[in-house]
Design a protein around this ligand. Structure first.
Ligand SMILES: Cc1cc2nc3c(=O)[nH]c(=O)nc-3n(C[C@H](O)[C@H](O)[C@H](O)COP(=O)(O)OP(=O)(O)OC[C@H]3O[C@@H](n4cnc5c(N)ncnc54)[C@H](O)[C@@H]3O)c2cc1C
Ligand code: SF4
Ligand code: SF4
Length: 430
């Protein structure tokens, strides 16, 4: 048996890279096909298909019963492989794991905003469970950040400082993080779904052999079972899946920046500091940082923007895109964003792309100019306070999601808007 490709396949090729066995290929007609002998039915490709064209073979009821029985049985020692020994698999031991941890990501002493957002979300989870909220801060000379973490909601901070933690390296950060988990046993660990957070979370979860839900957009607690309910878009954003980690601890999740609300800091709030010993020797490390090269060119930080003017294929060409999008953004004091279609057309660089494979944004106002509102775009803008759509097609899906919609031609409406805004001296965001 192998994964099945249904006629819904539109040939986007998104699944090819997801398959670790190289079991998928595109045939001459541009349709995905499976090499049955190679497919292990691991299911990794299924999630990546935006049109649900991939299906895993159905498990027969007999097989299901066996699977359920295995789930409920105690895992026998001989069934455990070495990393699995590190994780908790027995129900009785779950209670030993307590507390909600947030990995505090920092670079050159600046805390990533997502870590503060997660302290806000983590506070709510910890309060529901009646446990402590802890920040885990790793780095070199970063102790000056500790008080800020208490002010943003942490009851306790685990601090590990060492010159070899100056730059993020998977190896060093994972080692220290795993040691802390084994010593202090948290039940939940949250990390930002940034490049660093995604890398570290995967490494830590693998080493601990526990469950990780990546790229969550919602977190809650099932109080009866004391379980983390980690919700994330699946099947290219077409459904929301809530994922549980029933028998392993800690329960881990990465969360997209700008999805959770940062709590208001409480000046002067203090907590407990636990300083961890760090034993690291450069000569024993496999990875070396030779040089840090900072990206040249304009810095784009759409996640922090209060107003975004995004353009799509409806703007026609590069020149119009730049005239209308940049023109309106300048008149209103906003930043420019783009749909993937505009990026793929070469009108603007990829770092401006908003959506599932771009950035998730949450501005006060999001303008969608000539953007249809495909699900992969919408998942990146749902946190916006106000969405204003301008589109000539009244049936465009963006109109189902927007706060204000104008059915009309961008080439007529946007220049008028720019003119009016310039006359009135733009608007100021409160
Ligand atoms: C795995 C995967 C991941 C993806 N990730 C992303 C992502 O991160 N971000 C993203 O944006 N897309 C993503 N996509 C692509 C997405 O599915 C859409 O193809 C894309 O968002 C369409 O971009 P668009 O709205 O600019 O173009 P179109 O869908 O072509 O829409 C153009 C719109 O402009 C309107 N229009 C045309 N002329 C005018 C005019 N003169 N005035 C006003 N309106 C006009 C049309 O009515 C139409 O609604 C992804 C797709 C896949 C398969
Ligand atoms: S189920 Fe796994 S092995 Fe099979 S095609 Fe999909 S990713 Fe490849
Ligand atoms: S991701 Fe889905 S639609 Fe795209 S090629 Fe693969 S099976 Fe076809």
């Amino acid at each position: 048996m192998a994964v099945k490709v249904t006629p819904a396949c539109m040939g986007c090729q998104a699944c090819l890279g997801a398959c670790p066995e190289e079991a998928l290929y595109m045939n001459e007609d541009g349709v995905c096909r499976v090499i049955e002998e190679k497919c292990t039915e691991c299911g990794q490709c299924v999630d990546g298909c935006p049109v649900t064209a991939l299906e895993l073979p159905k498990v027969s009821s007999a097989e299901t019963t066996v699977a359920e029985a295995t789930e409920n049985e105690t895992v026998k020692p001989q069934q455990q492989d070495k990393p699995a020994e590190k994780a908790v698999q027995l129900k009785g031991e779950l209670a030993a794991y307590q507390g909600v941890w947030v990995f505090i990501e920092q670079r050159e002493g600046i805390v990533a905003p997502v870590s503060l957002e997660l302290l806000g979300a983590g506070r709510q989870l910890a309060d529901k469970l009646g446990v402590e909220l802890c920040g885990v801060l790793l780095g070199d000379q970063v102790s000056g950040l500790v008080n800020m973490l208490y002010e943003y909601g942490a009851d306790k901070v685990y601090l590990a400082e060492h010159p070899l933690l100056h730059f993020y390296r998977t190896e060093t950060y994972m080692k220290i993080f795993v040691e802390l988990v084994q010593q202090y046993k948290p039940e939940i660990i949250l990390m930002g779904a940034t490049t660093t957070g995604r890398d570290l979370a995967g490494a830590v979860a693998t080493d601990l052999a526990t469950g990780l839900t990546a790229d969550c957009t919602g977190l809650d607690i099932d109080l009866e079972q004391r379980l983390l309910l980690a919700t994330r878009p699946a099947f290219g954003g077409n459904i929301m899946a809530t994922i549980l980690c029933k028998k392993h601890r800690p329960q881990m999740a990465t969360v997209r920046p700008k999805v959770m609300k940062m709590a208001a800091p409480v000046p002067g709030r203090r907590g407990e500091l636990i300083i961890s010993e760090v034993n690291l020797q450069e000569e024993k490390l496999l990875t070396k940082v030779l040089e840090i090269v900072k990206e040249q060119g304009e810095q784009v930080n759409l996640q922090e923007a209060e107003i975004i003017v995004a353009g799509g294929r409806g703007l026609g060409d590069r020149e119009n895109f730049r005239k209308l999008c940049f023109g309106l953004a300048e008149a209103i004091g906003g930043k420019v964003g783009a749909s993937r279609a505009a990026v793929e057309a070469g009108w603007i660089e990829q770092k401006y792309q908003v959506g599932q494979t771009g950035v998730t944004v949450a501005p006060k106002i999001y303008f969608a100019l000539g953007i249809s509102g495909a699900i992969q775009h919408l998942v990146g803008i749902r946190g916006s306070d106000i969405i204003i759509a301008i589109n000539s097609d009244p049936e465009a899906p963006i109109f189902k999601e927007c706060t204000y919609g104008i059915v009309g031609d961008v080439f007529t409406i946007v220049p008028l808007l720019i003119e009016q805004l310039k006359e009135k001296g733009g608007i100021l965001c409160a």
